[in-house]
Design a binder for this molecule. Structure first.
Ligand code: NDP
Length: 277
């Protein structure tokens, strides 16, 4: 019997998830169908229930429903609990299991695909929204020497540092963008987890933060050389990457969680990569 999965979001027209999961299914010989559902604002629970009651086995959840999915779940993983947001659901009888694979997908892309270990490194994380929140626990588990979170609204970054501080072994702190001007360190890894690039904007970060040869990682994907990546390139970053690898890796985590088999990701990432020019 064919098992049904879906991604739910709004808007959803741009989603690559059906393509990614149908490729994984072909690769691994899994009999699944995977559709995109445009959820209604204020109607997430009803839309997810309709899919579940019709026999759906699981869902990926994207903006703006990650908090609604958190409230809808009956069984939250530690990662989902700590992130306060859910990006994957698994239906099992009356149980609605929930996970957040965004952060682990990001770490897997950085550490395994790009070959950039985070252990002992100085890491600068720009942004304190949903994606940054999901990344903090997986990041801290990599044991960076320093993790500095910078956000436009400083109070959000302060809340995150307070929430996650017990998981930190190295220096873990936050500051505002103006305060970042006084920070003399250069960072081995600079990650843009703001949504500025979606509007062609640059978070107000200065060129002095990029250590020579560092990795500059942009979570947005498919946008080529964003203002952030351009700044990093001009400042002497050694590698530039966008979030396509994170997207595919979080999908692979969900696929394995649902189906018990790990798909191969390298060819899928390659097929979806937009050159950073
Ligand atoms: P949120 O809306 O939850 O958070 C947005 C963050 O960006 C906030 O910290 C906000 O600051 C900050 N921000 C927005 N505009 C600016 C600006 N002009 N200058 C400085 N900071 C700014 O978004 P998400 O966390 O969900 O998404 C963040 C990015 O990650 C997006 O580009 C998204 O596409 C990408 N993403 C990629 C994924 C992937 O698989 N590759 C998965 C999930 C997200 P403030 O708090 O002050 O408002």
């Amino acid at each position: 019997m064919t098992d049904s999965y879906a991604v739910i979001g709004n808007p959803i027209g741009h989603t690559k998830s059906p393509l990614i999961h149908s490729t994984f299914a072909r690769q691994t010989g899994q009999d699944i169908e995977y559709v995109a559902i445009e959820g209604r604002t204020g109607g997430f629970r009803e839309d997810a229930e309709t899919f579940r009651q019709a026999g759906g086995r699981g869902m990926n959840v994207t903006a703006p429903f990650k908090l609604d999915a958190f409230a809808y779940a009956t069984d939250l993983s530690e990662r989902a609990q700590m992130a306060g947001a859910v990006n994957a659901l698994k239906f099992d009888g009356e149980h609605i299991h929930a996970e957040n694979f965004d952060g682990i997908g990001l770490v897997r892309d950085i550490v395994h695909n790009l070959g950039c270990p985070m252990q002992g490194k100085r890491v600068l994380l720009l942004g304190a929204g949903g994606a940054a929140r999901g990344a903090l626990l997986p990041f801290l588990r990599q044991k960076p020497a320093q993790l500095l979170v910078v956000n436009r609204t400083l109070s959000k970054a302060q809340t995150l540092v307070e929430q996650f501080k017990d998981y930190a072994e190295g220096d873990f702190s936050c500051c505002s963008y103006p305060e970042l001007g006084d920070v003399s360190e250069r960072f081995d890894l600079v990650i843009n987890a703001t949504s500025a690039s979606l509007r062609g904007e640059l978070p107000p970060v200065h060129t002095g933060v990029f250590a020579p040869g560092c990795l500059a990682y942009e979570l947005a994907y498919g946008k080529g050389l964003t203002p952030f990546l351009k700044l990093a390139q001009g400042a002497g970053a050694g590698w530039l990457a966008d979030g396509v690898g994170m997207l595919v890796e979080q999908a692979a985590e969900a696929f394995e969680w649902w189906r018990g088999v790990r798909p191969e990701t390298a060819t899928v990432i390659k097929s979806l990569t937009v050159p950073l020019t």
